[in-house]
Design a binder for this molecule. Sequence first.
Ligand code: PDD
Length: 287
Amino acid sequence: MSRVAYVNGTYQPHGEAVVHVEDRGFQFADGVYEVWSVFDGRLADFDGHMTRLHRSLNELRIDIPMSVAALTRVLRETIRRNRVKNGIVYLQVTRGTARRDHPFPAPGTPPSVIVTAKSISPARGEAQAKKGVAVLTQPDIRWGRCDIKTVGLLPNILAKQAAREAGAYEAWFVDDMGLVTEGSSTNAWIVDEHGKLRTRDTQANILKGCTRTTLMTLIEEQGLELDERPFSVEDVKRAREAFFTAAGAFVTPAISIDGTKIGDGKPGPITLKLRRLYLERARREAI
Ligand code: PDD
């Protein structure tokens, strides 16, 4: 039986329904969703899901894509077109499509809306309920695996957006102990008050940046001392220099943190030298 999906205003054959490659849901997990149970073609716990949808959208500052009445029509029409009597209807709303960049896209960028529906046999659920099912415990790591370069970047984009709204370029995450972990899309470094280079070790829960790794080789070649150890926000405020690294950003000087000048408030000499060395090496060795 042919299935149908609603995508941004039109009903399309399920197998052909697509969102743009730069949809922020796909690029950053920058979206929210709801699932309603369907009984005899009718939506269960309607208000609860609709209220939570609005709350989720509001928390993430994603525009409400359409009125409750309009959305209800779309949900019902998707259920109808898929001939779902019993099953679920799935709704996803993302921050829309824009050139990949962590901060929010320009105001007015329309959110993406997709709706799908599928039938679930009540008999199967009943059989399961009769016997009961097993559960397995798992460590709650949601999402404690920042070492994996996953597209689940919602916290990162919220941090980047907060930085941009505060007139800063990058956000540096700080852990429970007041120690800097990494940037929202970069690795964080300082030249500490004693002139020693410092960046957090990657045993910790951060992404092992490729730019960071190449820079470490250059640092060694230069005979500079590197301490792979976490530093606090206070250490940054006392530091002589600070910078961050990433593909595209290379080595970018940070001149203030939370409004406090770092060093003399200008890009430092070690930072600029490392930037030059990194760019030379990267250009030469790019294949
Ligand atoms: N970001 N940490 C995070 C959270 C990152 O997203 C990135 C890169 C880095 C640096 O990794 P590398 O040096 O390998 O680029 C560290 C990319 C550039 C991005 O999301 O656009």
